[in-house]
Design a protein around this ligand. Structure first.
Ligand code: GDP
Length: 197
């Protein structure tokens, strides 16, 4: 079932000012340029709900959207800009940390990775960090229409094996493309039952 209603709610640079945790919440995060805005627009069926990247590294905001009057979709700032200063990186880490530790309604974090590139330390470290905190997350592979089925399967296997070096279980994985809308129903069908719990 497609999303019926998607509305921007609020932007914050301070996690303490995020909306009251009165609805189930799902956060989307990944490296800059991974395709996060495109995926959010594809999932919600809105051409420009999330802004397709302007300049990386500028104001870093936590954006809340209300979907179908039922759940919050949260667009977290992208990480891993090469050009930012140490101070900026620390500010970013504090922002994400503050967010992750203050949302009791956060049911799942969607960690986006570009299916065309090999696993990056920054992504694996971020996932390990979520695992250590006991925060539920899944992996979303973006831009998958660029890969044939064999390469795609190899990418999925590589991530799974990497994570199984540390963890007993690998997280659920979603194969998506903002170009073909692949993965939209899979992700929405994953979210909806969690909302009911
Ligand atoms: P963000 O920085 O993570 O929000 O990434 P954007 O959504 O702004 O996308 C970054 C770039 O990747 C843009 O040039 C998009 O057109 C491109 N892109 C995003 N999703 C896809 C996809 O599914 N397939 C392809 N081929 N390109 C994509």
């Amino acid at each position: 079932m497609p999303v019926k209603q998607a509305e921007f709610f609020v932007s914050n640079s301070d996690p303490a000012k995020c909306p009251k945790p009165d609805r189930p919440e799902y956060a989307f995060i990944g490296r800059s340029n991974v395709g996060k805005s495109s995926l959010i627009n594809m999932l919600t069926g809105r051409a420009s709900l999330a802004k397709i990247s302007g300049k990386p590294g500028k104001t870093q905001l936590i954006n809340h959207f209300v979907i179908d009057n039922e759940w919050y979709l949260v667009d977290l700032p992208g990480y891993g800009y090469a050009q930012v200063s140490k101070t900026e990186r620390e500010k970013f880490a504090a922002l994400i940390d503050g967010y992750l530790t203050s949302r009791p309604n956060l049911l799942c974090i969607f960690v986006l990775v570009d299916s065309r590139i090999p696993p990056q330390k920054i992504d694996l470290d971020f996932m390990d960090n979520l695992g250590e905190r006991g925060l539920p997350f899944v992996i979303v592979f973006t831009k998958t229409e660029k890969l044939g089925p064999t390469k795609l399967q190899a990418t999925l296997d590589t991530y799974r094996n990497k994570l199984l070096e540390t963890w007993e279980e690998a997280p659920q994985m979603f194969v998506t493309s903002a170009v073909t809308s692949a993965g939209r129903e899979d992700i929405l069908s994953f979210i909806r039952p969690l909302n009911e719990q």
